[in-house]
Ligand binder design. Sequence first.
Ligand SMILES: NC(=O)c1ccc[n+]([C@@H]2O[C@H](COP(=O)([O-])OP(=O)(O)OC[C@H]3O[C@@H](n4cnc5c(N)ncnc54)[C@H](O)[C@@H]3O)[C@@H](O)[C@H]2O)c1
Ligand SMILES: [Zn+2]
Ligand SMILES: [Zn+2]
Length: 368
Amino acid sequence: MKMRAAVLEEFGEPLSVQEVELAEPRAGEVLVRLVACGVCHTDLYTASGADPSGYAPTVLGHEGAGVVERVGADVTSLSPGDHVVTLFSPQCGECVHCVDPRTNLCMAIREQQNKGFLPDGSTRISRDGDGVRHFMGCSTFAEYTVMPEIALAKIDPEAPFEHACLFACGLSTGLGAAINTAAVTPGSTCVVFGAGMVGLGAVAGCRLQGAERIVCVDLSSDRLELARGQGATDLLEGGEGAVEAILEMTGGFGADYTFEATGNVAVMRQAVEAARMAWGLCTVAGVAGKGETLDIVPRLLITGRRVAGSSFGGVKGRDQVPILIERAVAGEIDVDPFISHRITLDEVNRGFELMEAQDGIRSVIEFH
Ligand SMILES: NC(=O)c1ccc[n+]([C@@H]2O[C@H](COP(=O)([O-])OP(=O)(O)OC[C@H]3O[C@@H](n4cnc5c(N)ncnc54)[C@H](O)[C@@H]3O)[C@@H](O)[C@H]2O)c1
Ligand SMILES: [Zn+2]
Ligand SMILES: [Zn+2]
């Protein structure tokens, strides 16, 4: 079938919205009609050419929500009409990691996905007979996509698509960092560095876990106000004095749980240093630049601080994204403030510009 899609032709150039060909889903695959899709830093990172593992031509986008249109052979858990969220982090349910409750890092299709192919090593997207690669296994800057069944979460049809798509990446990452990775305990003190989509999700996650005090740290006062709306009890301007300020606010001890959601290694260090001695846990969600390292004074670890990394918030996508969305539908998570701009597929490059200007949290592409 023919469809419109935003193709990354050359790194550093605007995406080109054009007509491409999409083949039918094969065994274990599903054809999805996209209804909403968030524009994320990872799309821009790849488009810019800064990601050394990037490739082109490819159809970008990975924060999609839509409706199942058709299913290929052997697909048993999804049917036409189901509402779904795309998962760049799939859940096969059978690999050594999927059967273990400690991790969400499914091994099933990693290798081919990283190369831009579906699990059988081929692509469904093409142009004049030449293959165009899939991005993060999703390619959701397009009217339709073909994805593996194991990379689609079936969600409550009551959830608005423009809300649901945010759970495909940043929002679940932040919520999961607090709920799964850190497993914040009721009554605790938490500090979240960064008030973008991930940090705000972590603030909401700490609130849902029953934290008593939630300090949010950012450089932007507008973003800190959003954090208050998600449950932050204290707002702090980031920068060199942040650790000292947090120690002062916590009787000299630091926080029970700290979260880093900026991608800046200097801030990661602050997040470790702001964690309490004896049991403070620092959860790192930000993605640092290639080759950068995190500097920690080992004494901080010996005296009881711990550091954990969190990919997609430790969320096992097929099982847990529907539960998080259920909580949003029930009114426990206020999703609307995260959507700052609604744009069309043709305006996708404007979505990148808004992100570069830090104008709002998320631009959402709406397909008509
Ligand atoms: N672990 C995962 O699976 C995963 C998933 C999605 C995104 N990420 C990463 O999480 C990070 C955050 O993503 P996002 O979409 O929220 O990004 P974002 O750019 O919207 O938010 C980052 C925030 O950090 C703030 N910040 C910058 N310097 C700061 C400082 N010194 N002190 C305090 N705050 C500071 C910025 O003002 C901004 O509000 C990125 O590194 C992203 O790549 C990780
Ligand atoms: Zn993303
Ligand atoms: Zn698996």
